[in-house]
Design a protein around this ligand. Structure first.
Ligand SMILES: O=c1ccn([C@@H]2O[C@H](COP(=O)(O)O)[C@@H](O)[C@H]2O)c(=O)[nH]1
Length: 245
């Protein structure tokens, strides 16, 4: 398979931090990126920036040495989802995701679409219960399970379909590592440094709590990107995690 992005410019990192680049302005996003070090984090491109700026933004970020998590949360019929995931792999992203609620046939089709990419395939993960949701949101959907119970059900389905891990809340990390094993990756948004605004997030934890709970990667957006000095805030969070490691 011809990945359009060269992996040679990518810088290896052991940082668990993935910064959510939810900017509506490409220049502002790149100005932030040009002030940070790819050894300190990976970067997440989500629906807003991908819709505004397309795959070239992903290439521009990769050329600066960063791994990209393409967070488009595909949720469609198996054929469409499989082709979308393959397109993400062609782009050379580090990680891509689908919604677990798309079901087993959809997730299996997505996994099979990555087989031709071999070792160059991105990590494929599935969203369980959005970190913005709480029990009352599930009840609105007719789901009486708690967020943790329902997320575990979706995570087990994801694992049975052969995916690499799930997006969940850090609140579920201890439970999931115990139930699903250490190798199954947990990617947790809803991370809020002490004192920062929760906004629309509901199942939140601090970076240090998430690290102690055993998450593999923590997604942090607004607490960094909307701070007065995003690059400095990222460095402070990274340093606090290195102290706790
Ligand atoms: O369950 C989920 C899945 C994805 N997200 C995404 O993560 C970031 C979080 O940004 P913050 O500014 O730190 O809240 C955002 O891009 C979401 O689309 C999530 O929050 N929860």
């Amino acid at each position: 398979m011809n990945s359009t992005a060269s992996s040679s410019s990518r810088v290896a990192t052991d940082s668990p931090v993935v910064v959510a680049l939810d900017y509506d302005n490409r220049d502002k996003a790149l100005a932030f990126i040009d002030r940070i070090d790819p050894r300190d984090c990976r970067l997440k491109v989500g629906k807003e920036m991908f819709t505004l700026f397309g795959p070239q933004l992903v290439r521009d970020i990769q050329q600066r040495g960063f791994d990209v998590f393409l967070d488009l949360k595909f949720h469609d019929i198996p054929n469409t989802t499989a082709h979308a995931v393959a397109a993400a792999a062609e782009l050379g992203v580090w990680m891509v995701n689908v919604h677990a609620s798309g079901g087993a046939r959809m997730m299996s089709a997505a996994r099979e679409a990555l087989l031709p990419f071999g070792q160059d395939a991105p990590l494929l993960i599935a969203v369980t219960v959005l970190t913005s949701m709480e029990a009352s949101d599930l009840a609105d959907l007719g789901i009486t399970a708690t967020p943790a119970e329902y997320a575990e059900r979706l995570a087990r389905l994801t694992q049975n379909c052969g995916l690499d891990g799930v997006v969940c809340s850090a609140h579920e990390a201890v439970r999931f590592k115990s139930a699903l094993g250490q190798a199954f990756k947990l990617i947790t948004p809803g991370i809020r440094p002490a004192g920062s605004d929760a906004g629309d997030q509901r199942r939140i934890m601090t970076p240090q709590q998430a690290q102690s709970a055993g998450v593999d990667y923590m997604v942090i957006g607004r607490p960094i990107t909307q701070s007065a000095n995003p690059a400095e805030t990222l460095r402070e969070i990274r340093a606090s995690l290195q102290q706790g490691a």
